[in-house]
Write a protein that binds this ligand. Structure first.
Ligand SMILES: Nc1nc2c([nH]c(=O)n2[C@H]2C[C@H](O)[C@@H](COP(=O)(O)OP(=O)(O)OP(=O)(O)O)O2)c(=O)[nH]1
Length: 137
């Protein structure tokens, strides 16, 4: 089975996390996820995340600490998703791959219908004190 390496951003602001719903017509349509995408050849995880947020939102981000990695096998391949804390430096939100975005409180995360590989990160984030999250300037 094909291994697919994916990065996602847990964008934090005012103690909330930005979550995105995949458009209905895509693989895993209508599930909640973290914005991001597949790592391309020659990229490291953080470079891939910065590129994906430019492509998906037309936004710039600052990447922080790793939250968790989740692995889930689908018939189209095995997704290895690593999620990082991140901060938005711009807010264009030009949605091209998502039908909806929302800011969720940590305690709301586990009530959502996530893509399977996202659950370890959603669990870790639901326990975090997001007011303590710091990014280097
Ligand atoms: N972006 C993102 N993808 C996730 C998450 N969880 C998860 O299982 N995935 C899966 C869905 C996709 O199969 C893959 C990411 O691919 P992608 O979003 O870059 O692109 P895609 O396969 O929908 O389509 P394409 O642009 O390659 O044609 O990882 C997540 O939290 N964020």
């Amino acid at each position: 089975m094909k291994d697919i390496y994916v990065v996602g951003a847990a964008l934090i602001e005012d103690g909330k996390i930005l979550i995105t719903k995949r458009s209905s017509d895509r693989i895993l349509g209508d599930l909640w996820e973290f914005p991001g995408g597949k790592i391309e050849a020659g990229e490291d995880e953080k470079q891939a995340l910065i590129r994906e947020l430019e492509e998906e939102f037309n936004d710039q981000i600052q990447v922080g600490a790793k939250v968790a990695t989740g692995v889930h096998a689908y018939d189209f391949g095995t997704i290895h998703l690593t999620v990082y804390l991140a901060k938005l430096l711009t807010k264009n939100f030009d949605l091209i791959a998502h039908s909806e975005i929302s800011w969720a409180k940590p305690e709301e995360l586990l009530t959502l219908n996530w893509a399977e590989a996202d659950i370890p990160a959603a669990q870790a984030l639901s326990q975090m004190d997001l007011t303590e999250v710091k990014f280097d300037e």
